[in-house]
Write a new protein. Structure first.
Length: 83
């Protein structure tokens, strides 16, 4: 495998990479490799996407709890309605 060194990375790019790394929960190296593959059309993911993959697994416990509470009324069954 080859090694690559990048120099003079603008601070806004470095910060964006750090944020993306945290969002993906990966190392900086893996994040940069994935972004390079994607931008060069070498990504192994399917070309078809519903755009929701990046949301999967990214909620904190608190966000999940809030969402669950917000949709709870929609999961209640009105017995009278089904008679």
């Amino acid at each position: 495998m080859k090694h690559l060194t990048l120099r003079n990375i603008p601070s806004e790019l470095a910060e964006a990479l750090q944020q993306e790394k945290h969002r993906r929960r990966q190392s900086l190296n893996q994040t940069v490799l994935d972004l390079l593959r994607q931008s060069l059309g070498l990504a192994t993911r399917s070309a078809r996407s519903n755009g929701l993959a990046e949301l999967a697994g990214n909620w904190s416990e608190e966000e999940f709890r809030e969402f669950s509470q917000a949709i709870a009324p929609t999961e209640e069954i009105d017995e009278e309605m089904w008679r």
